[in-house]
Design a binder for this molecule. Structure first.
Ligand SMILES: Cc1cc2nc3c(=O)[nH]c(=O)nc-3n(C[C@H](O)[C@H](O)[C@H](O)COP(=O)(O)OP(=O)(O)OC[C@H]3O[C@@H](n4cnc5c(N)ncnc54)[C@H](O)[C@@H]3O)c2cc1C
Ligand code: FES
Ligand code: FES
Length: 494
């Protein structure tokens, strides 16, 4: 990949550690990991799984959010080079001082014996560094959350957690840390790199497009029917690294500021399609606490920093975690193209397995979730084989409104129970108008069999899925009725 120092609209420009990179010949499927290791010989960043699961490839990517500079841990193995325009990529080689003095997070890993074979260590160091930058007093839960996306086969996690605790207090001086020392300069450099026009790079038969705004995105989609839109690439990355699927042309949308907004009003939350799980966390947790807790169960920190709610909807997966709670909240999705804008209820967007109501040339612009009245009950439960970094076997979302002790309204939706995220219409009908009691709930459980005929696959059998869905309704009732003592027996499976 030859470097070209001239600024044009046919190159990707970003900062790598402390030097600026301009790439005008880059394949749409080139990953950041391959670029670092093969082109730049920055081999501190490792390849473990190449699918976003192990964290060995963790680097930090800094980006401007408004005028603020935010650094986030990401998986370089599934991050495409084409998505890096106007960012600051920081690898493990950047941490130690020029005289070789280790950064506090590196030194703490040495002091607390946080490494044995060492293969996972650079990835852990970068996740710890991301935490060190954003939180100088992390709780044990904060540390565990920051490390959710890093796997270690030999050391065990306790020494690494201790290293994180020790590093939090080790801040010799502002200028010691390379990111902190250069913060103002980096902001100015990134502002200068923001694209004003669509970037288009042709690489042989392949074409990579980076629109500067949503108008440019609509134009690009109209001109390139069948182009692959890439937001966080936490799904599309695996099409390339695991399925070797050709994707061409590719349109990268993660840099479009208009898609990054969350707007709060009395009516509800409007979430831009490019908002990541990490960015959405605060607003969603505050409006719907159960939704916030669910986000903590999506992927690991790196996946939440990259993956978007827009991508979780547009991928059409029947086991995406955000559609069921959004459907019970009554969310709508807004689609845009050069022809205009249309908005439809999210539940109508999912037509059949792999088929959505998205016309050629349309992209998902935003999702609107109405506020939940304070007297309504709402919960979402995810069942997966592992607590962290695992896709749901099934996920149930429940919302009930009461009139006295009777059920006035019921909205229940599940992922993993059908070819699409789907409402449980018969269960809802079996609850509405009845007293909100265990007897009603137990009677309504049978109606799940009318709503769903789930598949058996390696995540769960059909029998397990139906039984678990019935039990989740009971759990929701018991929780809402405050029967915490009875709930304990359910905790092991959720
Ligand atoms: C290790 C790992 C763990 C994961 N864990 C979970 C999990 O726990 N729960 C879960 O639900 N998912 C999980 N996922 C899947 C993935 O993270 C989510 O589906 C995520 O929300 C996808 O968003 P993205 O921005 O990365 O989408 P991308 O990969 O960029 O795109 C996904 C699809 O959506 C399309 N698309 C994206 N944005 C738009 C748009 N604005 N308009 C039109 N089309 C668009 C793309 O063309 C593509 O078809 C995991 C993935 C990994 C790698
Ligand atoms: S190599 Fe495992 S997450 Fe990237
Ligand atoms: S030290 Fe060997 S995998 Fe973590």
């Amino acid at each position: 990949m030859p470097n070209d120092r001239d600024r044009t609209d046919d190159s990707i420009r970003f900062i790598l550690n402390d030097s600026e990179v301009t790439l005008s010949n880059v394949a749409p499927t080139a990953t950041l990991l391959d670029y670092l290791r093969l082109e730049r010989r920055l081999t501190g960043t490792k390849e473990g799984c190449a699918e976003g699961d192990c964290g060995a490839c963790t680097v930090l990517v800094g980006r401007l959010a408004g005028d603020k500079l935010v650094y986030e841990s990401v998986n370089a193995c599934i991050r495409f080079v084409g998505s890096l325009n106007a960012t600051h990529v920081v690898t493990v080689e950047h941490l130690a001082a020029r005289d070789g003095t280790l950064h506090p997070v590196q030194q703490a890993m040495v002091d607390f014996h946080g490494s044995q074979c060492g293969f996972c260590t650079p990835g852990f160091v970068m996740s710890l560094y991301g935490l060190w930058l954003s939180n100088d007093d992390p709780s044990r839960a904060d540390i565990e959350k920051a490390l959710q996306g890093n796997l270690c086969r030999c050391t065990g996690y306790e020494p690494i957690v201790k290293a994180a605790e020790a590093a939090a207090n080790a801040r010799p001086s502002a200028n010691f840390d390379p990111i902190t020392a250069a913060r103002d300069e980096t902001i100015a450099r990134l502002k200068a790199l923001r694209p004003e026009r669509t970037i288009t790079i042709r690489h042989g038969e392949h074409c990579l497009i980076v629109p500067a705004d949503t108008a440019g995105l609509a134009t690009a989609l109209a001109a390139h029917e069948g182009a692959t839109v890439v937001a966080g690439s936490t799904d599309v990355g695996l099409w390339v690294t695991k399925q070797m699927r050709p994707i061409n042309p590719v349109i990268f949308i993660n840099g479009i500021a208009e898609l990054q907004n969350i707007t709060e009003s009395e009516a509800g939350l409007t979430i831009g399609a490019g908002v990541s799980y990490s960015t959405a966390f605060a607003a969603l947790s505050s409006a719907y606490p159960a939704f916030g807790r669910l986000i903590d169960r999506i992927g690991g920190e790196q996946v939440r920093n990259m993956g978007t709610i827009g991508g979780n909807i547009a991928n059409g997966s029947p086991i995406g975690d955000s559609p069921p709670p959004l459907i019970v909240l009554g969310a709508t999705v807004t689609l845009r193209s050069t022809e205009g804008v249309r908005t439809l209820p999210l539940e109508d967007f999912f037509i059949a397995y792999g088929k959505q109501d998205r016309k050629v040339g349309e992209f998902v612009e935003s999702i609107f979730a109405p506020r939940l009245p304070t007297d309504e009950l709402f919960a979402a439960y995810k069942l997966s084989k592992r607590r962290d970094e695992d896709i749901s076997a099934l996920l149930g979302a429940f919302r009930i409104s009461l009139d006295g002790d009777r059920v006035k309204g019921a909205r229940i939706a599940f992922g993993g129970m059908a070819g699409t995220p789907k409402r449980a219409a018969s269960v809802e009908a079996a609850l509405i108008g009845k007293p909100w009691t265990e007897e009603t709930v137990r009677a309504a459980q049978a109606a799940f069999e009318a709503d769903y005929q789930p598949l058996s696959d390696w995540r769960a059998t059909s029998t397990y899925r139906l039984l678990a869905a019935k039990n989740l309704l009971l759990r929701f009732f018991l929780e809402s009725a405050g029967e915490t003592a009875q709930l304990r027996r359910f905790e092991g499976v959720v």
